[in-house]
Design a protein around this ligand. Structure first.
Ligand SMILES: CC(C)(COP(=O)(O)OP(=O)(O)OC[C@H]1O[C@@H](n2cnc3c(N)ncnc32)[C@H](O)[C@@H]1OP(=O)(O)O)[C@@H](O)C(=O)NCCC(=O)NCCS
Length: 201
């Protein structure tokens, strides 16, 4: 038993070490405590600290993830994900005679959550499977997101409900979208700090 456990621990660590090497060679910024599956797709320019990244995860350019576990998800550009967030945990089929996968076999899983561009997820939030968090949305600290979140909407609580919009009018929202697209395009053309980008433009 001890040997089995040791083998599992070594196997998983070597697998994640491979992911760490692959992603750091691709220019992803990896801080302490990161475990990134080699089959995850993490774009250049992303920054991960203390995060466990599962195999069916895709993270687009410029997103920063500061801890927590992403079991399954598609994450867009320039998202900010705080400490202790859990995204896309697996479900168990509670309609069967038992909930344990050891007795009933693997449960078919709902789709991985989709998190669009410019989403900020506060500390310790949980994002369940099958959910889409649209661009510019904010998830408050400690929220449990069970339903789709519309664009530029701030949600909080358990289950998460809209508490306000980020911008007072549709015109202000459209202006934010325009600035985001220009800024993201500039960041792609001139990678580096915002000061370096300003100097280059
Ligand atoms: C969501 C958030 C950004 C909203 O900030 P805000 O605009 O200043 O919100 P307000 O203080 O105006 O709150 C509006 C309402 O939402 C409630 N609310 C705010 N945050 C909440 C939360 N995390 N959970 C539940 N309700 C919350 C407030 O109590 C208030 O309710 P009321 O109108 O009944 O009094 C902020 O509360 C938050 O959760 N920030 C996340 C911080 C974090 O995790 N940072 C990690 C580092 S990246």
């Amino acid at each position: 038993m001890l040997l089995d456990n040791a083998r599992t621990a070594i196997g998983a660590n070597l697998w994640y070490l491979l992911g760490y090497i692959i992603h750091s060679l691709r220019g992803v910024k990896l801080g302490p405590g990161v475990r990134v599956n080699p089959r995850a797709r993490v774009a250049k320019g992303c920054s991960l600290t203390g995060t466990v990244v599962g195999r069916n995860v895709s993270i687009d350019a410029g997103s920063e993830i500061n801890g927590g576990t992403i079991q399954s998800a598609t994450i867009g550009r320039y998202c900010s994900i705080a400490q202790g967030v859990l995204i896309g945990p697996t479900e168990h089929d509670y309609t069967q005679f038992a909930t344990s996968n050891r007795l009933v076999g693997p449960t078919p899983q709902p789709a991985a959550p989709v998190i669009e561009d410019d989403v900020w997820i506060g500390a310790n939030a949980v994002i369940l499977r099958g959910v889409r968090i649209s661009k510019g949305a904010v998830v408050a600290a400690g929220a449990i997101v069970t339903r789709d979140v519309p664009p530029y909407t701030i949600v909080a609580g358990t289950p998460a409900k809209a508490i306000k919009k980020r911008f007072p009018t549709e015109a202000a929202e459209a202006e934010a979208v325009r600035k985001f697209l220009i800024s993201a395009a500039r960041a792609r053309a001139f990678p580096g700090s915002s000061a370096q980008r300003e100097a280059a433009i």
